[in-house]
Write a protein that binds this ligand. Structure first.
Ligand code: ADP
Length: 263
């Protein structure tokens, strides 16, 4: 790989001989850099809509505010930018909460089928102009061991992406089925333009986007899949992303079954 190696040198003297230890600090260096980049990226993502907002406030305070049609148009833009900042801040708060919960295993018994029905209902009701055909295919599955609110967010982000990046007029299919005695499988498939393979390993990084113009136009924060990854890790599940350019994308999540320990 191309990652930077970071070494720390320690020198000891034992019986008149100098012993040099080289310690590999690459790991901690990398996580420190990820944290620094994250703060820089988050600040940048907030600064952009804020600058737009301030620009319009100033213009409205000047002569442009006198014309009712202009005022209305500007207020709509300002509202959209403020909403973008709100979504971003909500996603940042979610991410830090999920991270803070990392070492507390989730322990609710969750009916994933009921949750999927609710989330699909909300998304198809609030979807606006993009009327995607949402198909729910449910098999008999046992309850999952998890955190209900976080699993709802996971479904929202994955199904929401399939609707955002799917092709108009093609279906989005949400399937729930048993994977094994211990795991339940959730799959969400769309027939959108797909993702080139070199991007797939990086999609769960914070603020990573294949096409940032497209993501922003769709109202994306670039944090949705980072949140999904953290939720899956906390649940000791698995996330697999497979995609074919021109055909579509399938996200597959495995989640552990809620087992009742019998005495
Ligand atoms: P965003 O808010 O940009 O949608 P996400 O973290 O949810 O952020 O997703 C990261 C990126 O992964 C998106 O910007 C998009 O490029 C890509 N992506 C996610 N889901 C899909 C999908 N179903 N089809 C195509 N691309 C997708």
């Amino acid at each position: 790989g191309t990652r930077d190696q970071r070494w720390e040198m320690r020198v000891r003297t034992v019986g008149g001989r100098r012993i040099v230890h080289l310690l590999d600090r690459t790991g901690s260096y990398t996580s420190e850099r990820i944290r620094v980049d994250f703060v820089a990226n988050a600040s940048h993502e907030l600064r952009t809509p804020l600058a737009v907002l301030l620009g319009y406030v100033e213009t409205l305070a000047d002569e442009a505010g006198d014309d009712p049609a202009t005022r209305k148009r500007f207020l709509k833009i300002m509202f959209d930018e403020a909403k973008r900042m709100q979504r971003l801040i909500e996603d940042l708060i979610s991410l830090s909460r999920i991270e803070a919960d990392k070492y507390r295993a989730p322990d609710q018994s969750v009916d994933l089928a009921a949750l999927a029905r609710d989330v699909c209902g909300e998304l198809s009701a609030g979807g606006g102009e993009r009327a995607q055909d949402l198909r729910l295919e449910l098999s008999e599955i046992p309850p999952v061991r998890g955190d209900r609110a976080q699993l709802s967010q996971l479904l929202h982000n994955i199904v929401g992406n399939a609707m955002k990046y799917g092709r108009e007029g093609t279906p989005v299919t949400v399937t729930l089925a048993p994977e094994s005695d211990a795991m339940v499988r959730l799959t969400v498939s769309d027939e959108g333009e797909g993702i080139p393979p070199e991007h797939i390993p990086r999609l769960t990084e914070r603020f990573y986007r294949v096409d940032s113009g497209r993501s922003r136009a769709m109202g994306g924060t670039g944090l949705g899949l980072a949140i999904v990854k953290h939720i899956v890790e906390r649940h000791r599940g698995r996330l697999d992303i497979s995609s074919t350019v021109g055909k579509g994308t399938t996200m597959r999540v495995l989640l552990p079954v809620h087992t009742v320990i019998k005495a």
